[in-house]
Design a protein around this ligand. Structure first.
Ligand SMILES: [Mn+2]
Length: 413
């Protein structure tokens, strides 16, 4: 038998932006690609919707995405087993079995968006349950644990404790972070490791993480299905194209099929040294022009992560790239994050702290700091700050201004 795996459509993503149509377009082409492969069963691994309560525009478009399923013919029987109870589910189309993700997660006693899709007869929803799909003499047991809050995930998985069904091909579906797959700089948390995964399944597939990957682990084949849309602009998403997967239950082989017409993403991490607005814009322009030398079906996503140091006297907030982003908005969707070192700020704070420890008066402290920073400029070398303050204190403002004027003239020479 052939099983198609798809995940993280994030329908409704980018509401109010130029990317609003993208989640629907990509999900539609993913489902059409899956159907074209004539699978015996289609599995969806959560985050079908981007929001826990989708709006009417999203529902309207989502139903259109799922309609092609109702135009297929299937000849399977489905039995859902949950908490020891069995339920037969009639199915005249290719069966679609889904778990919900963290984006659809709702509290107890509330219906989530994937359950609503089941009510509209588009799919069979699983949460800590198993669906046994049978055709002819062949059986697929799909065990699904929907997304749960990360800190409880391991405990819930152990409590549920799924067991492979004898005489069937067993697939386990999850929607969680897995410790080994989190990049070191990721703020996401995980409680499940690969070693915690139950044994005896022909395939364990996980949604949630948006890039695709396949590994042989102690528990067997472990597949990250990946999303059909880029939502977070992470490096790994730029490196791997969006795919759906096909699992052949006889050969146990998995193949990745790329989605047609997907938006390209370029990820650039740039480290500057003593940069200013001009230097930053110049470097970014150079890189964008290089990217835009190619032609694209859809405007590319260009992610810039800026780091390093800024020129003296400039802070993160002094660098404004809104106008710059606007300049390229016809040709690319830019996302720029700035994280320059605040070394000078740290130094000043340390200076203040040590001065405080020496119990200096506030005016003494400011005078020393002013002197120090003036010293670092050419301007400061041309007059004495003590003389200047003395003149101000005695009300001789004209003379003080004269001193500054003289110093600035010296500087010009
Ligand atoms: Mn997701």
């Amino acid at each position: 038998m052939k099983i198609a795996l798809l995940s993280d459509f994030h329908l409704g993503f980018g509401k109010g932006t130029e990317r609003f149509e993208e989640s629907f377009e990509n999900a539609k082409s993913a489902l059409e690609l899956a159907i074209s492969q004539k699978p015996d069963c289609i599995l969806l691994l959560g985050d079908i919707f981007d929001s826990e309560i989708p709006d009417q525009e999203t529902w309207h478009n989502a139903f259109k995405v799922f309609l092609p399923i109702k135009q297929t013919k299937g000849s399977c029987s489905i039995k859902r087993v949950k908490d020891g109870k069995q339920e037969k589910i009639p199915c005249i189309h290719i069966p679609v079995i889904a778990i919900h993700g963290t984006h659809e997660y709702r509290g107890k006693n509330y219906r989530n968006a994937v359950e609503v899709l089941e009510s509209a007869d588009f799919l069979v929803h699983l949460h800590a349950a198993t669906a046994v799909v049978e055709r002819g003499g062949e059986k697929i047991a799909v065990h699904g644990l929907s997304g749960v809050p990360e800190k409880h995930a391991l405990a819930v998985l152990k409590l549920w404790n799924p067991k492979p069904v004898q005489g069937a091909v067993n697939v386990l579906l999850l929607h969680q972070s897995i410790k080994e797959f989190l990049p070191f700089d990721d703020e996401m948390i995980a409680s499940i490791s690969l070693a915690d995964l139950p044994k005896g399944f022909d395939l364990i597939a996980n949604g949630h993480l948006h890039w695709n990957d396949l590994q042989e682990t102690g528990a067997g084949k472990f597949l990250l299905t990946g999303s059909t849309i880029i939502t977070q602009m992470k490096k790994l998403e730029a490196e791997k194209p969006k795919c759906i997967e096909l699992f052949d239950t006889e050969t146990k082989k998995i193949c990745f099929l790329e989605l047609p017409g997907q938006r390209k993403m370029f990820y650039n991490k740039i480290k500057f040294e003593k940069a200013n607005q001009d230097a930053i814009e110049k470097e970014l322009s150079k890189r964008i022009e290089l990217i835009l030398a190619n032609t694209f079906e859809k405007k590319p996503l260009v992610r810039f992560k800026l780091a390093g140091s800024l020129a003296k006297g400039i802070s993160n907030s002094d660098v404004s790239l809104a106008e710059f982003e606007k300049k390229f908005s016809e040709k690319a969707i830019l996302s720029i994050s700035k994280n320059f070192d605040s070394e000078s700020f740290k130094t000043r704070l340390a200076e203040l702290r040590s001065a405080q420890q020496e119990k200096k008066s506030l005016s003494e402290m400011s005078l020393e700091l002013l002197e120090k920073h003036l010293d670092e400029t050419e301007f400061g070398k041309n007059f004495s700050i003590h003389d200047l303050l003395e003149l101000f204190e005695s009300g001789e403002n004209d003379k003080a201004l004269e001193l500054i004027l003289l110093a600035s003239q010296k500087r010009k020479i």
